[in-house]
Design a protein. Structure first.
Length: 302
């Protein structure tokens, strides 16, 4: 069996067609993300899928910035979010309602963990947010109508981008993997030939099992699926865990609470401790730190 790739995303093109692809494997970056909190296996797997999805979508961007996937609902899983930047840095977080989650997991089939829609509950939504370093922020929101994140993302592309997109995601708590193929709007092929080729490639990709996706190398997977196709492979990009929090950013966010609320915090504890939800780094700010930041924020507003 071929050795799986680790923490790499690789772009490829189907020659003489209007279809591109991305293939991804995460290992140490995924495990580092999970090490920041004690997630149940079902949530850890979903986080892996969200990370893989964010990485695949980030690879389709043509500008510098970041993209995040965030789902929220009123069920046992309150919020789950993953982010990937153009530097290939990733981070993720999940927030649960522990009592409800325990019930959901107890009621689940022993061989199959509850899916995304089940955990999030009714009226859950998925937000895809693009944050360019220059230009305006964009966000698309769709209702979550499937337990499969892959199907939700495919729906997002149909509704928001109007691009035919196939996405396959897998995670097992140790590794996460993803495969994306997408029809481009250039129109090299005739409409009939294009649609037939697209259906054929989706059929081939759908034969990939989760075990194969998690255990085989990118080259082996692409050869098994598309050995009759002519592929152009690009240099892989290395993915890694990295949090964008900093002392300055955290202090700026703290200063935005308002003077009265800050005074109440300081009356209760000095210094004030703030913990990043993503990397769990602890920041400590004295009264002087907070007052200086508040004055700076107020001056900027005026």
């Amino acid at each position: 069996m071929s050795t799986p790739d680790r923490d790499q995303r690789q772009r490829f093109l189907f020659e003489h067609s209007d279809i591109r692809g991305e293939i991804l494997s995460l290992e140490s970056s995924y495990q580092t993300t999970l090490s920041k909190a004690n997630y149940p296996p079902a949530i850890a797997r979903l986080l892996g899928e969200f990370l893989a999805g964010a990485c695949l979508l980030s690879g389709t961007l043509k500008f510098e910035g970041s993209i995040s996937l965030q789902a929220s609902g009123r069920g046992s899983l309150r919020l789950i979010m993953a982010e990937c930047s153009h530097h290939q840095n990733i981070r993720a977080i999940a927030q649960t309602r522990p009592d409800l989650l325990a019930t959901s997991l107890d009621e689940a089939n022993a061989e199959e963990a509850p899916g995304l829609k089940t955990l999030l509950g009714a009226n859950a939504t998925l937000a895809v947010t693009i944050n360019p370093e220059r230009g305006e922020r964009y966000q698309g929101i769709i209702p979550i109508e499937s337990d499969s994140l892959s199907q939700c993302l495919e729906s997002y592309f149909r509704q928001s981008e109007q691009l035919a997109t196939g996405i396959w995601l897998s995670a097992n708590g140790q590794r996460a993997a993803g495969l994306l193929i997408q029809a481009l709007p250039e129109g090299v092929q005739s409409t009939d030939a294009r649609e037939e080729h697209w259906r054929h490639l989706c059929h081939l990709a759908s034969t990939l099992s989760a075990q194969e996706q998690l255990e085989l190398s990118h080259n082996t997977i692409l050869h098994r699926l598309f050995h009759e196709q002519s592929l152009r492979l690009f240099t892989p990009a290395e993915m890694s865990f990295s949090c964008t929090c900093s002392s300055a950013r955290t202090l700026e966010a703290l200063a935005s609470f308002g003077k009265e609320e800050l005074q109440a915090m300081l009356a209760e504890t000095n210094p004030v401790e703030v913990t990043c939800q993503f990397c769990h780094h602890h920041y400590h700010f004295t009264r002087a730190d907070i007052e200086s930041a508040f004055k700076s924020t107020t001056a900027t507003m005026h």
